[in-house]
Design a protein around this ligand. Structure first.
Ligand SMILES: [Zn+2]
Length: 401
């Protein structure tokens, strides 16, 4: 089965002061094109006229450029303006699909006006804008110039589009879209179940427990400190503005570090296994109660999304366990269900088969088995007796033996 996958490759840009001005003008023009089109659509709707289509909005834009109030729109690449209209169209399509239920996931609101104060400004160049990566490594953008790029890895093939982004921390990025088919990876017999949790970022059915790496924890700590410092600054003061930029930077670093970690782990799991199973996050959400934190959910869904597209890209199987599996209540060795256990019980003996089970590892083994993957339950089994006492956890076993 062949499928085309879209991959995004992000790189830091270092525009010159002149290029920054040109970019800011392009952001502004794209914003005006977007807002004009949104206003036109809203007015058509309120007047009971038919929806304005892409071609209609495009014609309006061309007409506007001929007027004295909007002639400056001609100073930027026409593709950038066309892509702003395409963004509006996509925003409306997502909104309608979400309202009628054809699109799954959280509800999407109606498109909103863009503002100069938005923390993220972006413009997109498609292939017919003739953007180009030059032999000297700079990115040539029409009506912007040749922008220096920090290439952290090579582009595997010719990109079909590039989005230039300015984030809240004032940094510039280029996000290239590469359309690619599945690459071959050597086949393997290994399969794995993954349980995402709060105690560990992930626990694998082979018994490995994966914590967030130190660089991510350090970035998170810095962010917390920056946030505390911001909350102590007086509203409207210059120090507060400085602290706000610091928080935005720290936030961006956490996001980057988290994405790097997710990429490393998802690539390793897909490379080393023929099939990967995870629990559906919506189902997981129901299973959790007060421990639920949207922060963690956000991190997980990004990671699961990577597993899914990389599985597709490399021809691996990806399973999402949709039905509710009480992963901590079912013995992964014999399948007997012996009821919920308090959280402090980390290890217990199965009343059915006598296996000693590790609570953390029992879950991913069950996830893998629910997906029909032939993992062994060995990873979930622990050595009973003195080993537990040595780890100071004997007290947690009360009532389990
Ligand atoms: Zn058992």
């Amino acid at each position: 089965m062949r499928c085309i996958v879209q991959l995004r490759y992000g790189f830091r840009l270092y525009p010159t002061p002149g290029q920054r001005m040109a970019l800011s003008r392009a952001f502004g023009c794209a914003r005006v094109a977007f807002n004009d089109a949104l206003r036109a659509r809203q007015e058509a709707y309120q007047a009971g006229r038919p929806n304005l289509t892409g071609a209609g909005l495009s014609a309006r834009l061309t007409a506007a450029k001929a007027t004295p109030e909007r002639c400056w729109l001609g100073e930027v690449s026409a593709v950038v303006l066309q892509q702003a209209l395409a963004d509006l169209d996509a925003a409306y399509r997502n909104f309608f699909a979400s309202r009628t239920g054809t699109r799954k996931g959280p509800k999407i609101g109606a498109p909103k006006f863009r503002s100069r104060k938005d923390h993220r400004q972006a413009i997109r160049f498609t292939a017919n804008a003739r953007f180009r990566v030059l032999p000297n490594g700079k990115l040539r953008l029409p009506k912007i110039g040749d922008v220096p790029v920090r290439w952290s890895r090579p582009l595997p093939s010719r990109p079909s589009s590039v989005t230039v982004i300015k984030d809240a921390a004032g940094r510039y990025f280029a996000s290239f879209v590469i359309r690619t088919g599945p690459d071959a990876l050597p086949g393997t017999d290994a399969v794995i179940g993954v349980d995402l949790g709060l105690r560990h970022f992930a626990v694998l059915s082979d018994g490995r427990k994966i914590a967030s790496p130190r660089f991510l924890r350090r970035a998170e700590k810095k962010l917390r400190r920056a946030q505390q410092s911001l909350s102590r600054k007086q509203k409207g003061s210059r120090n507060r503005e400085k602290a706000r930029v610091k928080v935005a930077r720290a936030h961006a670093r956490v996001t980057d570090a988290r994405r790097d970690f997710h990429h490393q782990l998802s690539t390793a799991l897909i490379r080393d296994n023929q099939a990967v199973a995870v629990e559906d996050l919506a189902v997981k959400g129901q299973a959790r109660t007060t421990l639920a934190k949207s922060v963690h959910d956000a991190g997980w869904s990004g990671f699961v999304g990577m597993l899914e597209y990389k599985a597709r890209l490399y021809g691996r199987a990806f399973h999402r366990i949709g039905r509710f599996v009480p992963t901590s209540q079912t013995c992964s060795a014999c399948g007997i269900k012996d009821g919920p256990k308090p959280l402090q019980v980390r290890e217990w003996q199965c009343p059915g088969c006598g296996a000693w089970l590790d609570r953390d590892v029992n879950a991913p083994v069950n996830v893998a088995m629910a997906a029909g993957l032939a993992v062994t339950a060995c990873g979930a089994q622990v050595r009973p007796g003195p080993a537990l006492a040595q780890r100071g956890e004997a007290g947690t076993l009360r009532g389990a033996a």
